[in-house]
Design a protein around this ligand. Structure first.
Ligand code: THU
Length: 131
């Protein structure tokens, strides 16, 4: 299955009973491995985690830290919004590992927009400030 089909297939695993906003992510590592993620919500809303971070944390927990690209998909059957970009916390988590990672945002009707972590999070906080 190609990455875009996987991205759409994976949406069904989104656990989003509170927002009903389903998000799917597919992360491709530089070593060629593929990790999926969905948003997972919680009755204590702050316990919610975004699809991007689930995919990234799955990968990091298996020793992968260099990422080539991440695909994002939000279903938009009503055509209410164009492409949905990653939230600020996810951008920060992405920046920890791969500033050069490509972020590919997919909407319905084959709308697609591409960016990079560098573009999405300029002037980021990183470990050089911790010295
Ligand atoms: N969400 C993501 O999964 N990724 C984002 O980048 C933005 C927000 C999820 C979190 C929550 O479950 C729902 O979308 C509404 O905020």
């Amino acid at each position: 299955m190609n990455n875009i089909n996987l991205l759409k297939e994976n949406l069904k695993f989104s656990y989003s009973p509170y927002s009903h906003f389903k998000v799917s992510a597919v992360l491709v590592t530089k070593s060629g491995k593929v990790y999926t993620g969905v948003n997972i919500e919680n009755a204590s809303y702050g316990g919610t985690i975004c699809a991007e971070r689930v995919a990234i944390f799955k990968a990091v927990s298996e020793g992968e830290k260099e990422f080539e690209k991440i695909y994002l998909y939000v279903e938009d059957k009503q055509g209410k919004h164009p492409i949905v970009p990653p939230c600020g916390i996810c951008r920060q988590v992405m920046s920890e590992f791969s500033m050069d990672m490509e972020v590919i945002m997919l909407g319905d009707n084959d709308k697609i927009e591409k960016s990079t972590v560098k573009e999405l999070l300029p002037h980021s906080f990183d470990n050089k400030y911790l010295d």
